[in-house]
Design a protein around this ligand. Structure first.
Ligand SMILES: [Zn+2]
Length: 228
């Protein structure tokens, strides 16, 4: 059976949900893909018939090896489009998820390759997520939630996990973007706000905004003391 771009997009979302704490559910898929739950159920049946996934009783669906390969193609295309839209076309990082969502259904493989080259063969999307290679290799991500890092922790912001345009614009204003160095200066008790230095600026971050940031710490072992 031929896999259509829409089928591939579903597979991409299933893959993302499989690797998220939410897990794969009909309602999560319906929300992410902006379709109705019955449409999701119909598509899952088609993908099952095409050998892309299996239903596991009481657990939902799981991608087959072939399904996973198609999913990674979809994710690659989505993330490459995002980089292309930001770097080459000058869109804001808060605008590109929506754009990529529509475009990925229409572009050809040759278009994708050209985009990759023009954007400088990027390895990560503007939000810090790794782009699968053409061969379907996806770099393992080793980061953690900023809000779970201890006071004194230092390192680099790696990913921003939100599609909320307002949050993305706010984070960009503060310079809290992938690649920025951070240092947690203080934390108010009882899940209170964090005081963080990012680059050469200081910010007070509430939990709602801090929890979308994922960071890589300079010293995971906690061996670091005060050798600034
Ligand atoms: Zn992205």
């Amino acid at each position: 059976m031929k896999i259509s771009p829409i089928m591939r997009e579903y597979l991409g979302e299933i893959y993302r949900l499989e690797h998220s704490p939410d897990g794969v559910t009909t309602s999560a898929l319906a929300e992410r893909l902006e379709v109705s739950p019955p449409a999701v159920v119909r598509m899952l049946r088609r993908l099952d018939e095409a050998g892309m996934l299996t239903h596991i009783p009481y657990q939902g669906v799981k991608l087959s090896t072939q399904g996973e390969r198609e999913a990674l193609r979809s994710i690659r295309r989505h993330r490459l489009l995002e980089v292309f839209l930001v770097r080459v076309m000058g869109f804001g990082w808060d605008e590109v998820h929506e754009q990529a969502h529509g475009l990925q259904l229409t572009i050809t493989d040759a278009f994708e390759d050209r985009m990759d080259a023009v954007a400088g063969f990027p390895t990560h999307c503007p939000h810090g997520d790794p782009i699968p290679t053409k061969e379907g290799q996806l770099t393992e991500v080793n980061d953690q939630l900023l809000i779970e890092a201890p006071v004194g922790a230092q390192g680099v912001i790696r990913r921003v996990k939100t599609d909320d345009g307002d949050k993305l614009r706010y984070l960009a204003e503060l310079g809290l973007v992938p690649g920025t160095r951070f240092h947690i200066l203080n934390r108010a008790p009882f899940n209170g706000p964090l005081r963080v230095r990012a680059g050469d600026r200081e910010h007070i971050l509430g939990t709602e905004i801090a929890q979308v940031l994922r960071v890589e710490m300079k010293n995971d072992e906690g061996r670091r003391t005060n050798d600034e």
